[in-house]
Design a protein around this ligand. Sequence first.
Ligand code: S3P
Length: 450
Amino acid sequence: MSGHGHAIPMTARRGRPLKGRAEVPGDKSISHRSLILGALAVGRTEVTGLLEGQDVLDTAAAMRAFGATVTQVAPGHWTVEGVGVGGFAEPKDVIDCGNSGTGVRLIMGCMATSPISATFTGDASLRKRPMGRVTDPLALFGARAYGRQGGRLPMTVVGAGDATGVRYTVPMPSAQVKSAVLLAGLNARGQTVVIEKEPTRDHSERMLRGFGAEVAAEDGPEGRIITLTGQPELKPQRVAVPRDPSSAAFPVCAALLVEGSDILVPGVSQNPTRNGLYTTLVEMGADIAFENPREEGGEPVADLRVRFTGALKGIAVPQERAASMIDEYPVLSVVAACATGTTVMRGVKELRVKESDRIDAMARGLEACGVRVEEDEDTLIVHGMGADGVPGGATCATHIDHRIAMSFLVLGLAAKKPVSVDDGSPIATSFPVFEGLMAGLGADISRVAG
Ligand code: S3P
């Protein structure tokens, strides 16, 4: 939902070692897609392990507004009665996607080739984010978009009546843009071809195939070429959502930084388009065992056994890894602050158009906590202070960004003095059980101002 409720100031302080089992919620990307593809299938899709964060609840409400029946059967267990490709009804009211860039961009894609109009809005963070990256390729199908200056929400999208498939090279590494074009291609005649120069998360391709669409992917000189055959009948599925590696990152990094910690995070997706953080942490010297690797819900998963690692060292993160860990740079920069040596993160300018400008948000907060950082448009460099070296003792601004809030709270568990955030309420968008889960591990995180 748009608007922003009461700010919830929070403070994290050093305390006991973290111990126990951390069952993190379902993957946010897969949760959005299971509701959207369920709505586009003919019949009843069953989803288990759905993330019940506000972002996904907003997508559920949007799918209802387009005519699907979306029902919670039990916690995490949902059903979607789909209306079929091309079966969307025109919403009677504005679609409010709250804080979710993924929600709004994917939904714009899947309605853009139906003869209906929809008006989209979101919270103050989402209304600042660029939508042109999605509406530009949707215009190739014949859809028109009328938004605020700079392609910002609120925005009305007028869908194209009788669209034909397009060929589009995505100019930035963005799974949201790729997915919006593929979803628009579903109701277009013929083939839609999307080319991405750098591979990004491939959940849309995997899940579209799972729902019965014909999707081919091959690597060519231009990059990855994804070809979707339009106007399939999507078949309802049972989707078992694996646990979110981007949410797991917070307890994992906390355990690496809090002396004496030893935790197990079971069933975390290890999809290679998502696991760059874990590769990076191991390169920094982290003690993470990937136990019991297996396949669940069509995704590779493993149980992560994570132990405190006092001697992490800074590294240069390979630029080509950026897309596979794009949401994890904020918490990586916290780990980098507690490592020895310098961590260099290049090729990360996409961070500037996330829920907040994450390079700026992390740089300012880390500096306030006594950490030296350098940045330019596309780079963040953190000068590590060692396992017991970060002074802390500041209140960091979260800018309506869940991952910024959780990252600074992780820092507070390791820093010499407590670290506070001005507003932890956005955590509910992606990780509604964060506080209880961290408390269960023994972390001292409370709803008090610094
Ligand atoms: C997502 C894609 C990424 C990521 C976001 C989820 C998705 O965004 O940051 O949290 O589910 O497709 P971009 O496409 O903007 O890189």
